[in-house]
Design a protein. Structure first.
Length: 131
């Protein structure tokens, strides 16, 4: 587990370097990547996807909203909750994040055999099921 934790930090550091001109924190990159992949989530859903407590996520969302990357809209299915759609600027930033993640993943997986990749996916699936 410690190796996975270190790898996560290394990955976010690498992404922060590639995306330095966007001046995003690792938490902001994580939020944008998840919103790019999943669309306008609500805070609870984004918290689960990013592995970030909702109270911690509030500051991240405030910064992204202040930069014009997302808005908070009342969720029509649950008026106690907000959905987090990306703005046009947020979609552009999220697309850069998505591309950087894809490049990093492609470069890393290019060094592995199909058996190693299958093993990696098996471990990730087992860890997700255990939590």
């Amino acid at each position: 587990m410690l190796a996975l934790h270190r790898t996560t930090h290394h990955t976010l550091h690498a992404l922060s370097s590639v995306l330095a001109d966007l001046n995003l924190t690792a938490a902001e990159i994580n939020a944008l990547a998840n919103l790019a992949d999943r669309g306008a989530l609500n805070v609870r859903e984004l918290s689960a996807e990013t592995g970030t407590r909702a109270t911690t996520l509030t500051g991240v969302l405030d910064r992204l909203e202040n930069r014009g990357y997302l808005t908070r809209e009342l969720d029509p299915t649950d008026r106690r909750s907000f959905r987090l759609p990306l703005t046009e600027a947020g979609q552009q930033a999220a697309e850069r994040v998505r591309a950087a993640v894809a490049d990093l993943e492609r470069d890393a997986l290019a060094r592995l055999s199909p058996t190693q990749i299958a093993g990696f996916h098996a471990v990730v699936t087992a860890l997700q099921a255990a939590s």
